[in-house]
Design a protein around this ligand. Structure first.
Ligand SMILES: [Mg+2]
Length: 425
């Protein structure tokens, strides 16, 4: 990270390179025109010599050059903030436009980061009854899955049944009593060992598993009532945001500590190009470095403490704003909305900003370059025109006005999030 902060952004180097040619050239032109005016110019030779040389130096002064980059960056940083992307490291904005690989953490970055009910299915179609009984059992439980079921029941307007004699059975599920019958909510092995036939729910359970969820079967007495799928759900706009990254020509990869099956389900659901499963926390940074070594300009997006080294190792680190402070501290950009759209927004804004800087550099030099021959007195032999230093000063300030005006044009920029119907704006 230190290395990244110490290095000068490419645009800065471009401005330096132009200056390194421009400044000596101008000095040379000033000296040559002074000599010419002194030797072959009209009287008073000294006055003409001084006027020509001074005017060349004034009109050539690339003072707008100093404004070209910072003005655009300032407007670009403001624009990014408008989209909820806080730029914390100066060159992150300029580097973001060059990214060609985005590596995403899974839990809390692509997904919500906590379990939620993704599907529920009742054998008799009465999902209200299913959720009422599931919630009746889970209201006594402290398991994270219970919270997800309670939330779903509340959302669907199901009142939890009054279940008595609650018991949580480790590695099996929960059970209690309703109307003198035993109610059970838990895994397949347990319910089947209690002689409950779950064949009818097989298809639905498979769908839950395919989406990286956990199926919880519900039975009252010996009768299977249905199945509830609980999973760490993919954020509703993750897929659309990943599509925007693809549209921008960027490869998207996921790294996760999860098992291969879960990782593959998420990758397929969201259209991710490539994934690495069962990655140890400390290996995330290694993968970032490995991909940089292959020539990619890499972004890492993450929310957790374990993502911090990878965020710091990337060309640009994006921290999910709802994530941990350590992640935020390690990243160059913080996404306040917690949505992956922020990554695509920042990249588009970066590209627009860099384009704007290039226009500014052109604007900063164009007037000067055109003005120099006139200031040197090239038109004098033809029409007797010699520019006054005052006019040169005015022309020079015009290039600053151009740069400032052009940089402000960036305020009108809109990212493609507004174009897509899944936009979260
Ligand atoms: Mg995470």
């Amino acid at each position: 990270m230190k290395k990244a902060q110490g290095s000068k952004p490419a645009i800065g180097r471009l401005a330096d390179r132009i200056s390194s040619i421009f400044v000596p050239s101008v000095m040379l032109i000033a000296v040559v025109s002074a000599l010419v005016w002194y030797n072959v110019g009209p009287e008073p030779a000294v006055v003409h010599m001084m006027v020509a040389a001074t005017t060349v130096l004034i009109i050539a002064c690339p003072c707008a050059l100093g404004l070209a980059t910072p003005m655009s960056v300032m407007v670009g940083v403001g624009k990014a903030a408008e989209y909820g992307a806080l730029i914390r490291q100066g060159d992150a904005l300029q580097t973001a436009g060059k990214l060609d690989l985005v590596i995403l953490d899974k839990t809390g970055t692509i997904t919500e980061g906590h379990p939620a009910v993704t599907r529920f299915h009742a054998t008799d179609g009465d999902t209200g009854r299913l959720l009422a009984l599931a919630a009746g059992l889970e209201q006594h439980s402290e398991h994270p899955l219970a919270e997800a079921i309670m939330a779903k029941a509340k959302e669907q307007g199901a009142t939890p049944d009054n279940v008595t004699r609650f018991e949580a059975l480790n590695g099996k599920g929960v059970q209690g009593e309703l109307d003198g019958q035993t109610a059970r909510l838990g895994n397949r092995r347990w319910l089947e060992s209690e002689n409950i036939d779950l064949a009818e729910l097989q298809e639905e359970a498979n769908a839950i598993t395919a989406e990286a969820g956990t199926p919880l079967f519900l039975a009252l007495g010996n009768q299977a009532l249905g199945v509830v799928g609980v999973a760490d759900a993919v954020k509703q706009d993750s897929e659309a945001a990943i599509r925007r990254l693809h549209d921008a020509g960027i490869r998207v990869m996921m790294v996760t500590g999860d098992v291969d099956g879960t990782a593959r389900a998420i990758a397929e659901k969201t259209g991710i190009d490539d994934y690495r499963a069962e990655v140890l926390p400390e290996d995330k940074a290694t993968i970032v470095s490995e991909m940089r070594g292959k020539g990619y300009t890499v972004a890492m997006v993450g929310d957790g403490i374990n993502d911090a080294p990878a965020l710091a190792a990337a060309d640009v680190g994006f921290a999910i704003g709802t994530g941990t402070d350590v992640a935020i501290e390690s990243a160059g950009i913080t996404l306040m909305r917690g949505s992956l759209h922020g990554v695509a927004d920042a990249i588009e804004i970066s590209r627009a900003t860099v384009r704007n800087i290039h226009q500014n550099l052109f604007g900063a030099f164009a007037y000067n370059s055109l003005g120099i021959p006139v200031a040197a007195g090239l038109l004098y032999p033809l029409w007797g025109i010699l520019m006054s230093p005052i006019l040169a000063g005015a022309a020079m300030s015009l290039s600053s006005v151009t740069v400032v005006t052009n940089a402000n044009r960036l305020r009108l920029f809109k990212t493609t999030i507004n174009a897509g119907k899944e936009g979260n704006q």
